[in-house]
Design a protein around this ligand. Structure first.
Ligand code: SF4
Ligand code: SF4
Length: 56
């Protein structure tokens, strides 16, 4: 999964829905640990501004 940092406003919504805690949020940015990510798609669905997309 890939986050478009130009769009993301660090709302934190995606962090709460990740079943494997692969999304890390700090004050300034959100990071996805693709080693942990199981590609469930939850974060893509909940992001209100569609800042997360599947990495090709
Ligand atoms: S696709 Fe699923 S497992 Fe991967 S970061 Fe998003 S919510 Fe977490
Ligand atoms: S839900 Fe979308 S806008 Fe909110 S922190 Fe996650 S990636 Fe950023």
């Amino acid at each position: 999964m890939k986050i478009n940092r130009n769009l993301c406003d660090v709302c934190g919504t995606c962090v709460a829905v990740c079943p494997v805690d692969a999304i890390i949020v700090d004050e300034f940015k959100v990071t996805i640990d693709n080693e942990k990510c199981i590609n469930c798609g939850n974060c893509v669905i909940v992001c209100p501004i569609k800042a997360i997309s599947e990495e090709k």
